[in-house]
Design a protein around this ligand. Structure first.
Ligand SMILES: Cc1cc2nc3c(=O)[nH]c(=O)nc-3n(C[C@H](O)[C@H](O)[C@H](O)COP(=O)(O)OP(=O)(O)OC[C@H]3O[C@@H](n4cnc5c(N)ncnc54)[C@H](O)[C@@H]3O)c2cc1C
Length: 621
């Protein structure tokens, strides 16, 4: 089997196949806008709201009084008294149930808290979310035994910090290459595992008390809770990055680390499934931080756009700058709407939100990056200057360049944009693969192909006619959304067009479709924009009673901007440079154009591209 086939098989094994609950996202990609699944939006109960608001109030006061975000950036460390203060507030156990010592907040308030913290200090937000969204609490809440919950959750809630360790020097997007091993050893106490390997980029890893470690048990991957002070664990170094200077991110080595069998999470071989299921809702934390930063960017864009005068006008009045301010404000509103909707759906538990959370992660990380980039541009030279330097000159120390740097990683970790495209595209074409998969599978025999042809004939005969017309073609549809009904009608029409386009892509490329990554990426990006438009319309409708016309104006503005992006993506599905680009990329890698590299110097420090862990080098020699 090729490495590609192995990676694909592992991803397929880890995928959740069952759909026991309805999914707005799944239906969207099938051309069926199931507004009834998200409208009216689930409402959190009053008691939850009261507890959440009280916590947010305390958290805000603590941040204002006790946390100096500029010092965290300058000194590249979150001080211990800040960590202790957050622990005293219960911030390390926001989502942990009260019976295990946590605050028992719902997703809605968890994401609001992350947005608040993220707007002030993205490094602290990363500390909290790595601990709670992917660290020990979340997988244990979902898959832990009662004994594991009782042992570990109260410790996590009290402020013992946890980390999630999947990545290795040779394993990023491809867990099939995972080389850390966990070997079972029988003993009178029920047995234990011995873990060996090296884990890279472990957020919180240098200060963690508890670790979730992914390791190979035989041919499959399993997940363990490991005490960070176990003999045999060495944190070899603290890594430094382009942004998030305050995070405690390590390179952690395991040599003969003994872990009780009771610390296995779920069953042997379930590790990747546990990681992916954890991320189903865990993924909303990235968009939450993105929304917080985009809301902050709106404040700065407003104040600066109004205060700075050039060429006789406030810069916000120059059309070129005004366009950026409008983009920042509308996108911030959409980001918040998207995060709120996903959080409420997660709390409500009636829908399966794995596609929605993935779309939110993908879309939010890309859009927030653009928002921060436009903010830097609007700030001109001051956008490029650090907050400390601005303040030292006696000006307001706005950390625009820091936010841009801090946001960049969101497009890479917890599933890079390219991998999110693949994961979501896999779900988007799932219905087609389940009826017609054998038709395009070169390994399927003639009988399987014939059965698939019959199944596909029946499915497509029923499905394709549903894509011709729908509520989006009827002028009075979605009337309860007032002026935004028009936008929802567009979403409905576009989602049918999206499904037709996916079908054309399937028919044209068949089994090769999975390699048309840019086509699939555009399909997914259109789905994400349509989901964001839906969230914005729902949110503006709800906000109107409290806030008047403002939300609707932002929603209309956002929908117009999103439509332009959607139309461009539809166009690019069939008119693009994908084939020439693929050829050129191959030739670049083959060295055909190295003449282009003449006349420059490479400032990189010498070394291998990927450092093989020392333990393995020693074992080989
Ligand atoms: C600050 C920071 C914090 C992190 N925290 C953690 C943590 O707490 N725990 C943890 O386990 N990991 C963590 N990571 C690791 C992070 O999740 C990985 O960086 C990420 O999964 C990508 O892996 P990689 O960097 O090895 O990139 P690679 O997998 O080498 O990918 C390189 C490029 O190729 C693309 N690519 C890869 N495969 C494909 C494909 N099949 N199709 C198309 N494109 C592809 C990628 O999208 C990317 O653009 C962290 C990383 C950083 C930088």
């Amino acid at each position: 089997m090729t490495d590609y086939a192995k990676a694909r098989e592992i991803a397929e094994q880890a995928r959740e196949r069952e759909w026991t609950r309805p999914s707005f996202g799944k239906q969207l990609f099938l051309g069926d806008l199931r507004l009834d699944l998200v409208h009216p939006m689930p409402r959190p109960d009053a008691e939850q709201n009261a507890r959440g608001d009280e916590f947010l109030h305390k958290l805000r006061r603590f941040l204002e009084d006790k946390v100096d975000p500029a010092a965290i950036e300058r000194e590249a460390v979150v001080p211990q008294d800040v960590i202790t203060g957050l622990a005293d507030l219960g911030a390390f156990g926001m989502k942990i149930e009260p019976e295990y010592g946590g605050l028992g907040l719902n997703h809605l308030y968890y994401t609001r808290a992350l947005a608040l913290v993220g707007s002030y200090s993205p490094a602290i937000a990363t500390l909290l979310s790595a601990h709670q969204s992917i660290g020990v609490p979340q997988p244990l809440r979902l898959f832990g035994t009662e004994a594991q919950k009782r042992t570990f959750l109260p410790r996590c809630a009290r402020g013992e910090i946890s980390a999630f360790l999947l990545t290795e020097p040779d394993v990023g997007s491809d867990p099939a290459r995972l080389s850390t091993t966990a070997t079972f050893v029988d003993d009178p106490d029920g047995g234990h595992y011995v873990i060996d390997g090296t884990k890279l980029w472990t957020t919180n890893g240098t200060i963690a008390d508890l670790l979730v470690v992914m390791a190979r048990t035989g041919s499959r991957i399993s997940a363990f809770v490991v005490e960070a002070n176990s003999p045999g664990i060495t944190v070899e170094r603290r890594n430094a990055f382009m942004g998030l200077r305050g995070i405690e991110n390590g390179l952690t080595r395991f040599e003969g680390v003994r872990v009780p069998a009771a610390n296995l999470i779920g069953k042997e071989g379930q590790g990747l499934k546990i990681a992916l299921t954890t991320l189903n809702t865990g993924r909303i934390s990235v968009p939450a931080v993105c929304a917080g930063i985009a809301k902050w960017a709106t404040k700065i864009a407003r104040e600066w756009g109004d205060a700075r005068v050039q060429w006789g006008r406030r810069i916000g009045e120059h059309e070129a700058v005004g366009g950026k301010i409008a983009f920042i404000a509308c996108t911030a509103y959409a980001l918040e709407a998207l995060v709120d909707l996903c959080s409420r759906l997660a709390d409500d538990e009636r829908n399966d939100i794995r596609i929605e959370a993935a779309l939110a992660k993908l879309w939010a990380s890309e859009m927030a990056w653009r928002v921060a980039d436009e903010l830097v541009q609007i700030r001109g030279g001051r956008g490029f200057e650090t907050a400390d330097s601005l303040a030292a000159r006696g000006e307001r120390g706005v950390p625009a360049e820091q936010m841009l740097r801090d946001l960049r990683i969101n497009r890479i970790f917890e599933g890079s944009t390219e991998i999110m495209h693949l994961l979501i595209a896999r779900e988007a074409v799932d219905a087609h693969l389940s009826v017609a998969g054998d038709l395009v599978d070169p390994k399927a025999d003639m009988r399987a192909k014939a059965a698939a042809a019959r199944r596909a004939g029946g499915f497509y005969a029923r499905w394709l006619p549903t894509l011709v017309a729908g509520p989006g073609n009827r002028p009075g549809s979605y009337a309860d959304f007032g002026p935004l009904a028009h936008e929802l009608r567009y979403v409905e029409r576009a989602c049918r067009k999206l499904a037709r386009s996916t079908f054309y892509g399937m028919s044209r490329w068949q089994g090769r479709l999975e390699h048309r990554q840019r086509f699939l990426g555009r399909i997914v990006d259109i789905g994400a924009e349509l989901f964001a438009m839906t969230a914005v319309c729902l949110r503006a409708r709800e906000d109107a009673a409290r806030l008047g016309r403002g939300p609707q104006e932002l929603a209309e503005g956002f929908c117009r901007q999103a439509r332009q992006r959607v139309e461009a993506l539809f166009h690019d599905l069939w008119h693009n440079t994908d084939d020439t680009d693929t050829r050129i990329a191959r030739r670049v890698m083959a060295g055909r154009y190295t003449f282009l590299e003449e006349g420059v110097l490479d400032p990189s420090i010498d070394g291998p591209w990927v450092a093989v862990p020392r333990a393995r080098v020693a074992a080989k020699s």
